[in-house]
Design a protein around this ligand. Structure first.
Ligand SMILES: *Cc1c(COP(=O)(O)O)cnc(C)c1O
Length: 423
């Protein structure tokens, strides 16, 4: 049953309520390895379901365009102050609707159309919004893209420096969506300073690890920090922009009125709750456990002969190149999903295959760590993955269903916030 219960939804819209219940059960029964996903706490869930969704509040605390902000102002200020304290930054804006609009606001704050931006190419691990060609950021700006070395899958800082010297970007993005190693903010900062560019650290994936002390912080290196709030940070779907005092007003103006209208106050409240949770000792334990689990899972996959991009992981994320196993990422991901193990197919650096049918799979440990799985369970997860991939190659659907049953059985002992089996 969904928790908090959804009796009014069931009354008003039984069709939708049934879908929500089924999705909650699906989340309960699957090993969720998509590295950008998590399980939020019941407190975060409750905050997103409050009457704060009823209120319009264009502007910022103390400077609104609508009346009735007596309580919205302190709620937003709470989120802002908690973000500043948790990450140790001068300024935080908690209004961006999600990570992509947050990044777009950075372009709006500092660039004119046609100006040069530098980011990691999407197939190398970067994000669409770091200037990839199909994104508005690649269409409306002049984008130059760096990658990783073919030999070891790591960023080649000589290449980044050469490119920056030659192309003189106004903005440099570091961070991404498929980077299994520590982002070296200090090295990016050195290059950005040399070419007089603004350095943006996009920590969407690793914000929770940074908050919990399990990844170095970009503070002191990056001029602007962009993050989603719903990945390792374990908050509601949303985003934040943080910066030194120097860039505060440019960023605020870009978010509103530059790009957005009214902030989503129920989300702001849930962000405040998540930030409070992220400041606890328990969260530090979670962040370190996410990394310990990822390392244990990587080790177990290596033992089974899987090729990992960069040979392993420093963080929450593992990128597997399935070429040597003779199966594409997409059929593997589909078979794994049927076997109760949810992840996504993904390009690997220098992938000879197409993005819609690439060579790799991407997985991570934030959600299973929140669920309570530990290093001891990782060899079993790797064994199920391996068995499912072999079953896929034989076309053995019964084996996939058998694995899904075993996965369900294991997970029944690990509660999730938001849903529990009816006793
Ligand atoms: C997830 C992500 C984003 C975008 O976030 P959305 O909320 O999906 O728009 C931006 N940058 C990076 C590095 C991400 O991982």
């Amino acid at each position: 049953m969904h928790q908090p219960a959804i009796p009014h939804l069931a009354q008003t819209d039984p069709q939708l309520a049934e879908l929500v219940e089924a999705e909650a059960r699906r989340q309960f029964e699957k090993i969720r390895l998509i590295p950008s996903e998590n399980y939020v706490s019941s407190a975060v869930l409750e905050a997103t379901g409050t009457v704060l969704t009823n209120k319009y509040s264009e502007g910022y605390p103390g400077k609104r365009y609508y009346e009735g902000q007596q309580l919205i102002d302190p709620i937003e200020s709470l989120a802002v102050e908690r973000a500043k304290a948790l990450f140790g930054v001068d300024h935080a804006n908690v209004q961006p609707y999600s990570g992509s609009p947050a990044n777009l606001a950075i372009y709006l704050a500092f660039l004119q159309p046609g100006d040069t931006v530098m980011g990691m190419a999407l197939p190398m691990g970067g994000h669409l919004t770091h200037g990839w060609s199909v994104s508005a950021t690649g269409k409306w700006f002049r984008s130059v893209q760096y990658g990783v070395r073919k030999e070891d899958g790591r960023v080649d800082f000589d290449e980044v420096r050469d490119l920056a010297r030659r192309e003189r970007p106004k903005l440099i993005f570091c961070g991404g969506t498929a980077i299994p190693r520590t982002v070296e903010f200090d090295k990016f900062a050195e290059i950005a300073r040399e070419v007089d560019a603004i350095l943006v650290a996009d920590i969407a994936h690793i914000a929770g690890l940074i908050a919990g002390g399990a990844h170095p912080s970009p503070v002191g290196y990056a001029d602007v920090i962009s993050t989603t709030t719903h990945k390792t940070l374990r908050g509601p779907r949303g985003a934040m922009l943080m910066s030194t005092a120097e860039y505060a007003s440019a960023l605020d103006k870009a978010v509103f009125p530059g790009l957005q209208g009214g902030p989503h106050n129920h989300t702001t409240a849930a962000i405040a709750v998540a930030l409070r949770e992220a400041a606890t000792e328990e969260f530090r334990g979670y962040a370190h456990q996410v990394v310990a689990n990822a390392k244990a899972l990587a080790e177990a996959l290596l033992e089974r002969g899987y090729d990992l991009v960069t040979g392993g992981t420093d963080n929450h994320l593992i990128l597997v190149d399935l070429t040597s196993k003779g199966i594409g990422g997409k059929p593997a991901a589909k078979a794994l999903d049927r076997a109760g193990i949810e992840l996504n197919y993904n390009t690997v650096p220098f992938d000879p295959r197409k993005p819609f049918d690439p060579s790799g799979i991407r997985l991570g440990t934030p959600a299973i760590t929140t669920r309570g799985l530990r290093e001891e369970q990782m060899p079993q997860v790797a064994a199920w993955m391996d068995a499912a991939i072999e079953a896929a190659q034989r076309g053995d659907e019964a084996a996939l269903d058998r694995i899904a049953g075993e996965v369900r059985e294991l997970l029944s002992a690990y509660p999730m916030p938001g849903w529990a089996p009816t006793p």
